[in-house]
Design a protein around this ligand. Structure first.
Ligand SMILES: [Fe+2]
Length: 386
C-alpha cells in the first residue's frame, strides 16, 4: 500500500485582473464588521492597501491597519501585532504582502481564538484546537505561495532559529490573486520570488513525497511560470504574465502543502540564515546545480518538467530531454540577470565547512531529495557558486 497523502483546501480563491473589487463581498460573506489588515511598510508606502481599505470602508466595515510587519518577524514582534489585533475586537484578518505579512496574519488569526502563548506554541508545548478567525490573503509578490500553505515561519532570536509552525487550521479561508497588485514589483524581486516559486514546483515534483495532487499543481505551476517569468521581469505591467506568476506561485504553495521541497531549499538555508542572501535568490542560484546533481536519479521526471516548460523533446532520448531541461534552467537564470557568485556576497572557501554542516542538518528536506546527498556532494555544489 502506498503512503497516505492529503490535499488541503482554501475555501475560496478569486483570481484575475481587478478582482480586488470582490473584497467587500468576501468580507460580507463572513459578516465581519471589524477587520484588521496586516501588511508591511513597503507595501503600505506603495499605496497598494488604499484600494482594499477604501472598498471595505465604503461597505461600512471598520478597518484597522497594522502596517509594520517586519521581514522575518520574531516571536515578540508577532505577539505585538496579535495584541493590536486583539484590542480591535477583530473578526477577520486580511494579510496583504509577501510571505512575512501572510505568515503573520495566519499566526495572529490562530492566537485570536486559541488563547495560547506564542512562545509555547513555537516550542511545541501547546496544541492548536480551534481554527483561527477567518483569513483573507492578498499576495503582492508571486513567490512564497504562503497563501496556500498551513505553515508560518517565525524567528526565535535567542536561539538564532527560524521555526515553522504547522497546523492544518492555518490554511487561509480566502485568497485574492489580482495581478494589478503585483505590476509595480521591482525587477529583481520579480526574478527572485518567481524563481523561488519555480523551485517549489520543481522540487515538489521530484520529491520523494510527490503524489498525484502535487504532480498536478506542480506541473501546471512550471508551465505558467516558465512561459511568463521572463515577460513579467521585462514588462512588469503585463497583466497576463503577472497573473500567470501569481497562479504559478500559489500552485507551488499548494504543492508544498501536499509534497515538500528538497535539496535546493535545504542548501539555501545557510545562505539566508548566516549570510542574509534573500530566500528567492539563494534558491535561484542553487536550482540548476542541484538538478544537475539529481539528473541520474530522476531523468523521467525531468523529461516531464521539460515538456511542462514547453521544451521540444520530440525525437530525443529521455536523458537528452532531461539535460535540455537543466540547460534551460541555466539560461533562465542568465536571462533574469541573476548572478551566481557567492564571493560577491563575501563568502569564501573558509566559510564552506560551516555551510556544509548547517545544510546537512536540514534532513527534513534533504531526506526527500530523489538522490542521497552527502556532505561532500553539498560541498561540491557550494564550490560551484564561489
Ligand atoms: Fe521557498
Amino acid at each position: 500500500m502506498s503512503k497516505a497523502y492529503s490535499l488541503l483546501n482554501i475555501g475560496k480563491i478569486v483570481a484575475g485582473a481587478g478582482c480586488i473589487e470582490q473584497i467587500k463581498d468576501i468580507v460580507a460573506d463572513y459578516q465581519a464588521k471589524n477587520v484588521v489588515i496586516i501588511t508591511d511598510q513597503g507595501v503600505w508606502n506603495s499605496g497598494l492597501v488604499e484600494k482594499p481599505k477604501t472598498l471595505l470602508e465604503g461597505a461600512g466595515v471598520n478597518v484597522h491597519i497594522i502596517n509594520d510587519t517586519p521581514p522575518e518577524p520574531t516571536v515578540d514582534q508577532v505577539n505585538d501585532i496579535f495584541q493590536a489585533a486583539n484590542e480591535f475586537a477583530c473578526e477577520m484578518i486580511i494579510g496583504i504582502g509577501g510571505g512575512s505579512s501572510i505568515d503573520t496574519a495566519k499566526i495572529v488569526s490562530l492566537l485570536l481564538t486559541n488563547h495560547v502563548n506564542l512562545r509555547d506554541l513555537v516550542k511545541g508545548k501547546v496544541q492548536i484546537i480551534h481554527r483561527g478567525v477567518p483569513t483573507l490573503m492578498i499576495p503582492t509578490t508571486a513567490g512564497t505561495g504562503a497563501e496556500a500553505t498551513p505553515n508560518a515561519i517565525v524567528l526565535v532570536p535567542e536561539e538564532e532559529l527560524k521555526v515553522g509552525i504547522v497546523s492544518d487550521k492555518m490554511v487561509p479561508d480566502c485568497v485574492i490573486l489580482d495581478p494589478t497588485m503585483t505590476i509595480n514589483l521591482p525587477k529583481h524581486i520579480t526574478a527572485n520570488t518567481g524563481m523561488d516559486a519555480l523551485c517549489h514546483a520543481i522540487e515538489c515534483y521530484i520529491s520523494k513525497k510527490a503524489n498525484p495532487f502535487s504532480d498536478t499543481f506542480a506541473l501546471k505551476a512550471i508551465t505558467l511560470i516558465s512561459r511568463s517569468i521572463r515577460i513579467a521581469y521585462n514588462e512588469g505591467q503585463n497583466l497576463a504574465a503577472r497573473e500567470d506568476m501569481l497562479l504559478g506561485a500559489m500552485f507551488g504553495g499548494i504543492s508544498i502543502a501536499t509534497s515538500s521541497t528538497t535539496a535546493v531549499h535545504a542548501l539555501a538555508y545557510p545562505l539566508g540564515g548566516k549570510y542574509r542572501i534573500p530566500h528567492g535568490l539563494s534558491n535561484a542560484i542553487l536550482l540548476a546545480h542541484v538538478m544537475k546533481f539529481n539528473l541520474d536519479a530522476t531523468e523521467e521526471k525531468f523529461k516531464d518538467i521539460a515538456i511542462a516548460m514547453g521544451i521540444n523533446v520530440v525525437g530525443i532520448s529521455t536523458r537528452e530531454a532531461a539535460e535540455k531541461m537543466i540547460d534551460n534552467l541555466y539560461s533562465l537564470i542568465s536571462d533574469l540577470d541573476i548572478h551566481a557568485n557567492l564571493r560577491d556576497k563575501g563568502i569564501t572557501e573558509d566559510d564552506l565547512d560551516l555551510m556544509v554542516e548547517s545544510a546537512s542538518k536540514v534532513t527534513r528536506l534533504l531526506d526527500n531529495n530523489p538522490k542521497v546527498m552527502t556532505k561532500d556532494d553539498i560541498r561540491e555544489i557550494y564550490k560551484k557558486l564561489l
